[in-house]
Ligand binder design. Structure first.
Ligand SMILES: *Cc1c(COP(=O)(O)O)cnc(C)c1O
Length: 382
């Protein structure tokens, strides 16, 4: 059996440090908004190269509270991609805003700057006072959420140029991209605000749920801090109706231990990806695109494409090889978003790729032997 992810192998390597960290929190009993959280927020902000980081309950809440801190609500629209985990789009919906999709780049699988420009030029008017008006709906498009999918940053220079020109705020969905870099800058430090998930299987994973918002903007930082803790601006002062969305100190203490290992683990993922690349038959499948001159991919997922994807899906389980599909259905075609009235054919690249993608086993502790077994079996099936 080659597992898709094996968190037990990682725990074995860090067991003593993690157990000590957990015991420390239990001993001091500061479980909520305690010292471990403050330390982790500081360390994670430094790691990402931003001024501030605010711990929240999960990645979906990081996106939701980030959007709220940008004053996004029911009269607004937010642009994102259709090929993401549905949480990106759910967070937009929670604010009452309408999600708008733009297709992806055929090489990187991330938001296409040229499709974005085309969408805006065709459908919008820039009003210097109100912002970017969607001519069809009459609503204001206030923000843009690029997703750094699979661990590779989106084309942020182009995206930021377009965003600044059209007065759009940029919220990075960095939930799959802890530690990845674009032209030397870390994911979560390039837009107005960055969002991370510490779901256990992510590159930096908690032992439960967790999330983080990163930003250089003090006002947004303050807003997220207030929103995550019942709207509390100070003791006895509930300024707004907030939420209960805090990162607890047991998770923060575990994440502090793991943050120190993250760069090493990401390096192992890159080595594993390179090894896959040297073994898989690239005349028959499309390997992940990665240009090390521009970015540092952290391979949260190792995703190949093949027109025989469904055949592979049928054959792999009996060979003992686990896999994933990220994601089998673009969000605009899901039942949850049928009310937006998008249809098949609206985003041809995202739709085509959804039928061709396959995520192979990928985690830092995956062995060379396991990678070569997977690659040999796959080559043999094509
Ligand atoms: C994991 C993930 C999220 C949501 O994170 P949770 O912590 O599970 O809420 C959002 N966006 C993307 C791209 C993700 O991969």
């Amino acid at each position: 059996m080659v597992p898709f992810v094996d968190l037990k192998r990682q725990y074995k390597d860090i067991k003593d440090e993690v157990n000590d960290a957990i015991q420390g929190v239990i001993d001091n009993t500061q479980f909520i908004l305690g010292e471990e959280l403050k330390l982790f927020e500081k360390e994670f902000a430094d790691y990402c190269g931003v001024k501030n980081a605010v711990g929240v309950a999960n990645g979906t809440d990081a996106l939701f509270l980030a959007l709220l801190s940008c004053d996004i609500g029911a009269s607004d629209e937010v642009i994102t991609v259709p090929n993401t985990f549905i949480a990106t789009v759910e967070a937009i919906s929670y604010t009452g805003a309408q999600p708008i999709f733009v297709d992806i780049d055929s090489q990187s699988y991330n938001l296409s700057p040229s499709r974005l420009r085309e969408f805006i030029e065709t459908n919008c008017d820039l009003d210097e006072k109100k912002g970017l008006l969607n001519k069809k709906s009459g609503k204001v498009i206030k923000a843009l959420i690029p997703v750094h999918l699979y661990g590779q940053p989106a084309d942020m220079d182009e995206i930021m140029n377009i965003a600044r020109k059209y007065h759009l705020l940029v919220i990075e969905d960095a939930c799959q991209a802890h530690g990845s870099e674009y032209k030397g800058k870390r994911a979560g430090s390039m837009g107005d605000i960055g969002c991370f998930s510490f779901y256990p299987g992510k590159n930096l994973g908690a032992y439960g749920d967790g999330g983080m918002v990163t930003t250089n903007n003090d006002e947004m930082t303050e807003k997220v801090k207030i929103l995550r803790d019942h709207g509390k601006a100070s003791k006895f002062d509930h300024k707004v109706i907030g939420y209960n969305s805090r990162l607890d100190c047991l998770q923060a203490a575990i994440l502090r231990v793991k943050l120190r290992k993250l760069d090493g683990w990401n390096e192992r993922r890159r080595e594993n990806a390179a090894y896959y690349g040297s073994l898989l038959d690239s005349s028959k499948i499309t390997l992940p695109f990665y240009d090390p001159k521009i970015s540092r991919h952290v391979f949260h997922l190792f995703v190949i494409r093949s027109d025989k994807r469904n055949e592979l899906m049928e054959k792999l389980p009996s060979e003992g090889i686990s896999f994933g599909i990220h994601y089998p259905m673009p969000v605009h075609l899901t039942g949850a978003y049928s009310h937006l009235n998008y249809k098949k054919g609206d985003f041809p690249v995202a739709e085509k790729y959804a039928d061709e993608i396959l995520s192979l086993p990928m985690f830092p502790e995956l062995t060379k032997d396991e990678i070569s077994v997977v690659a040999k079996k796959i080559n043999g099936m094509l």
